[in-house]
Design a protein around this ligand. Structure first.
Ligand SMILES: Nc1ncnc2c1ncn2[C@@H]1O[C@H](COP(=O)(O)OP(=O)(O)OP(=O)(O)O)[C@@H](O)[C@H]1O
Length: 358
């Protein structure tokens, strides 16, 4: 794929200036239940978070966590059961000239296969209220200038993703909501996307990017909002999330009593423990294998296993999203400039078969 030049979407190139917005995306006690009764699907439950301008925020969660439903509520495509979702303090239906305030790319956009990339954008340009020439500007921004006259039917998934992104940029919006934009991009394309999103945030835009894989956006995002089962599990800056990743040591001794005493004497934090006859196993947190090994050697405790593990961010993400939903950002040191977390309810969720509103 060809590289796009650095993005320079300025208001002067995109028609009339956007209406004033502080660019803050705010979700407050947002709940969406599809259907009712025993078949109801609790897609989003009492979800609250805030996304700030000038930063790229990863909106993360496993498949079915409720990311797309939340984005659809922000865009007025799905009515919340309760709670509010606003952009710059307004609900989507209250925003005048919304294409100049928020650009959104949800799931795989559908394009007329017989149209060229340029024509696709020229169809939208008058609706957005920008001149035709804006089509070529945004094609250049997303690295599609060379294929502007090719029919979209022959485009790869990655090229379609770029075209979807170009469409969102037509109105030069200060807020971008992108659902899995890295989907279908090759590594070079992902590196390119990272550069573009970071440049757009540097210009002061609010950039919210959803993904079900943290590692995909780890090098792109400043902040993370992590959800699971429709509820918030963590919101902070990325460095604060990284601080939650705790080193751990797995240790096994055939002498359970001796290992119990050693663990108790050192006051190590026990993540998990088990028994097998006279043998004991422990998973210890915030301690290194070298420290445990030295203590066992000094205390003459026989060990049959000693293994240290650094918990990577992806492991942490899996742990957070696998556990019952709970707010963990309070554990993180000084939240810094990340998204403001709002504790979510820990009411149990029931996943029921889909059906109802789309
Ligand atoms: N129109 C609908 N009717 C019924 N259930 C729905 C509807 N839309 C979404 N759901 C359900 O809501 C839950 C959340 O779905 P959603 O698409 O928001 O999750 P997601 O985090 O975006 O997942 P993915 O990463 O797979 O896109 C899922 O159980 C899904 O099946």
């Amino acid at each position: 794929m060809s590289q796009a030049p650095p993005p320079t979407p300025g208001p002067s190139t995109a028609g009339p200036p956007a209406q004033h917005t502080d660019g803050v995306v705010r979700v407050e006690h947002l709940t969406k239940t599809f259907g009712s009764g025993p078949g109801a699907v609790h897609a989003v439950h009492d979800l609250s978070f805030e996304v700030r301008p000038g930063r790229v925020t990863g909106f993360l969660g496993p498949n079915g966590a409720g990311k797309t439903t939340t984005l659809r509520m922000l865009l007025g495509l799905v009515a919340p059961t309760s709670g509010t979702a606003t952009i710059g303090g307004r609900r989507y239906d209250q925003i005048e000239r919304p294409a100049h305030v928020v650009g959104a790319a949800l799931e795989a956009a559908s394009f007329h296969p017989g149209r060229t990339a340029r024509d696709h954008l020229r169809v939208y340009a008058p609706q957005v209220g920008v001149p035709d020439s804006r089509a070529d500007e945004v094609l250049a921004l997303v690295g599609l200038a060379e294929v502007a006259k090719r029919r979209v039917g022959g485009f790869s998934l990655g090229m379609r993703q770029r075209l979807a992104l170009a469409t969102t940029l037509l109105g030069d919006p200060p807020v971008l909501l992108l659902d899995e934009p890295a989907n279908g991009l090759d590594p070079e394309g992902i590196a390119w996307l990272r550069g573009l999103l970071r440049a757009l945030a540097r210009e002061g835009r609010t950039v919210l990017v959803s993904s079900h894989v943290l590692s995909e956006v780890e090098q792109t995002v400043d902040d993370v909002v992590i959800i699971a089962r429709g509820q918030l599990v963590h919101a902070s800056s990325l460095p604060d999330l990284a601080r939650l990743a705790r080193p751990r040591v797995s240790v096994v001794s055939p002498d359970a009593a001796a290992l119990d005493a050693l663990v108790a004497a050192h006051g190590w934090t026990v993540g998990a423990s088990g028994r097998d006859g006279d043998a004991a196993s422990y998973e210890l947190l915030d301690v290194s294998a070298a420290q445990v090994g030295a203590a066992a050697f000094g205390g003459r405790v026989e060990l049959h296993r000693l293994a240290g593990q650094d918990v990577g961010l992806e492991d942490l993400f899996l742990q957070l999203t696998a556990a019952p939903a709970q707010q963990t950002s309070a554990e993180a040191p000084a939240p810094g400039p990340g998204p403001a977390p709002v504790p979510s309810s820990t009411a149990p969720q029931t996943d029921a078969p889909a059906g109802g509103e789309r």
